[in-house]
Design a protein around this ligand. Sequence first.
Ligand code: S3P
Length: 433
Amino acid sequence: MTLIRIEPAARLTGELTVPGDKSISHRAIMIGALARGKTTVNNFLASADCLATIDCLRKLGIRVEGRGTRVEIAGKGLTGLTKPAGPLYVGNSGTTIRLLSGILAGQNWPVEISGDDSIKKRPMGRVARPLREMGADIEGQGSRVKGQEEIYPPLKINGGNLKGINYLLPVASAQVKSAVLLAGLFAAGETSVTEKVASRDHTERMLAHFGAKISVQGPVARVQGKEEFDAADVEVPGDISSAAFFLVAGLIIPNSELRITNVGVNPTRTGIIDVLHRMGADLTVENERIDSEEPRADLTIRSSQLKAIKLDGAIIPRIIDEIPIIAVAATQAEGVTEIRGAKELRVKESDRLKTTAAELRKMGAQIEELPDGLRITGPTKLRGTMVESYGDHRIAMAAAVAGLIAEGDTVVNNTDCIETSFPGFEKLLKSLR
Ligand code: S3P
């Protein structure tokens, strides 16, 4: 098991790029596999989670050739997947299991899909319910949570003969929305998904980029089933969720200035920019351009005095993966920061409300876990100590950034998990001093 030792940093400066976007990388592989012909993906995130997606598609009969961040997928169209010899394994990747479940629901053969111990605790009823409504048979490991049936991996999916549905998403989840839209590609007629609160729309954009029959009107996305589409090359922007760790580091360490180029700035993902601006950050967004239907830009951050903020409602899905690092920023902000309406964080790679509060508290933060959020009083001087990742990449990286402003050294335990989304994180962080 690896660990990271962090010494306090006097300042951070420099220009950097972060690895490719995780959500977009998964979708490029999956949708490329369903297209007709060869798709090349550039700046692919070659991290454990996205490699799990490649591994699953290979087991489904798709040739994928990868050389680092450049990947080629020999797509075989909507009827090209073949029954795997054994169960599919997604490791730690929630996006792989949920999105792939949508695709597997459209196949005429049974398949089993599972992952590591963390995946086996992630709720799958949210994808099983709409996919069953479309006609797939899905079974998992059952339990009842507050009177409602919940299922967990391993999942047994027996699909085929799907019909289109109109689905109103009960939770703001791009993974559920995407599973339904991807299943819709195989269904008879039209499938629509309506969101009460907008979640990331990379699936909709990627399908449009490939020329699939998708339309989006306000909160409703519609896909026409059984319509083939052709391969399209994809240029993946840097992952804003990875950039977020450097944005906050540059902000809270005095005399720092960091420029992060080629970062994805899809509006469904830029909550972190809005939040940091509202907290008083000197953060500029320049050179915005669009490629592969996805906007990207260069971000410059300079250390700033921060003020506390209240976060709730529609902003939450736009910062869903950034809340642990926002909590680190809040420990240095003047006043009481409150994050509410975020109970989805309890079913991520760890219970992030609990793990963020526990580890920052060990470092001296004034942080309180609320049923649906966090309350943080700042500013507080943090102190270096031994902290845990709970096998959650975002907790490990948030703790490492907190360590940069702590008094004394911080040791983050169990940091292998960082590989799931950000290979090279430690080296990059240490190169900016
Ligand atoms: C993701 C959606 C979000 C996010 C996850 C990636 C995606 O999950 O937390 O890291 O790629 O669709 P939910 O859909 O469960 O909110």
